[in-house]
Design a protein around this ligand. Structure first.
Ligand SMILES: [Zn+2]
Length: 316
């Protein structure tokens, strides 16, 4: 199997698997996938809004009759750029890990639309939030929750094809799930992999994410479709792991020295990872790591304050 080019649209990976890629892979520009066999289909993730999702579903229907009626939709995690299009996949069984389903209920599209509508009143944080998310249309999107949840691992079938759902979170979010198709030698990783972009640790612990990267690198697959960025070979999962190890170790030194999380984020040298897209996410990563280092006794950081700090770092 060859690695498809990083071009916007649907890519046939062969053996009934497809990837929908959205350059440049930055804030909200997520990838998705389709697994088909014997006229049946399983969709991996919807997109950030309904216009983008509708365009993707239309391209899938043109590419294969199996997409005419999608039987199963798997949401890899709770971030809206992987589930806010759910309402358009009518009649499908919607599957997510139990932890992801709960997290989706806490941050539905209605909440995203409300924050964006009020962004101008939220200072520097609102300004950067709007810069990241104003290309998308959240107004009027209805939250459609998973209809079925699982914990740990689940094996499903699409026609005769086995699809393994592997819960590896909490890591990026609380319930991250990989979708592995062993016979096709493909894995869809959701946001456990950002390729050529900066990973963002919303949940942690970071150790789970590091383990997940190593698990992906060890899978017997030819094509990896990340949550953001170009498709790749499995070894590239180790680049994501190396970023996380670097940031964990550098943040720990600053935590032990008594630096505040925000000052640590300003100070931390990214080294060879500095060229990754959206490097300002270091702000969220250090804040989450500090909570982890404190034994989760530090309170959750205010998301708007995190966006303010990210905006400051992005301007540098
Ligand atoms: Zn994403």
């Amino acid at each position: 199997m060859t690695i498809p080019p990083f071009r916007r649209g649907l890519h046939d990976l062969g053996r009934g698997c497809f990837a929908w890629l959205q350059p440049d892979g930055g804030w909200g520009w997520s990838n998705a996938g389709l697994v088909t066999d014997s006229g049946e289909s399983l969709l991996v993730d919807t997109l950030f809004d309904e216009r983008l999702t509708a365009e993707m579903l239309e391209a899938m229907r043109r590419a294969t009759p199996a997409a005419a009626r999608i039987g199963t939709l798997v949401n890899t995690h709770a971030n809206g750029d992987h589930c806010y299009g759910n309402a358009l996949v009518e009649g499908a069984t919607i599957v997510a890990s139990e932890a992801s389903a709960k997290e989706m209920d806490e941050f539905p599209p209605e909440r995203m639309a409300a924050i964006l509508a009020n962004a101008s009143k939220l200072g520097a944080g609102g300004e950067f939030f709007a810069r990241c998310f104003s290309p998308f249309a959240f107004e009027g999107i209805r939250h459609v929750a998973p209809t079925e949840t699982f914990r740990g691992e689940q094996i499903r079938f699409v026609g005769d094809k086995e699809v393994r759902l592997l819960e590896v979170g909490p890591a990026h979010t609380r319930g991250d799930t990989l979708v592995h198709v062993p016979s096709d030698r493909v894995v869809f990783t959701g946001d456990i992999l950002f390729i050529e972009g900066t990973p963002i640790v919303w949940a942690g612990p970071v150790g789970n994410w590091i383990t997940a990267c190593e698990r992906i690198a060890a899978l017997d697959v030819e094509v990896v479709v990340p949550g953001h960025g170009p498709a790749c070979r499995p070894a590239r999962a180790l680049e994501v792991r190396d970023y996380l190890i670097h940031v964990r170790d550098e943040a720990r030194t600053r935590f032990d020295a008594g630096l505040s999380a925000s000052d640590a984020a300003r100070d931390l040298p990214l080294g060879r990872h500095a060229s990754l897209r959206d490097a300002e996410r270091i702000a969220v990563n250090v804040h989450t790591l500090y909570r982890e280092f404190s034994g989760w006794t530090l309170p959750d950081s205010n998301p708007i304050e995190l966006f303010a700090l990210m905006g400051e770092l992005a301007r540098r």
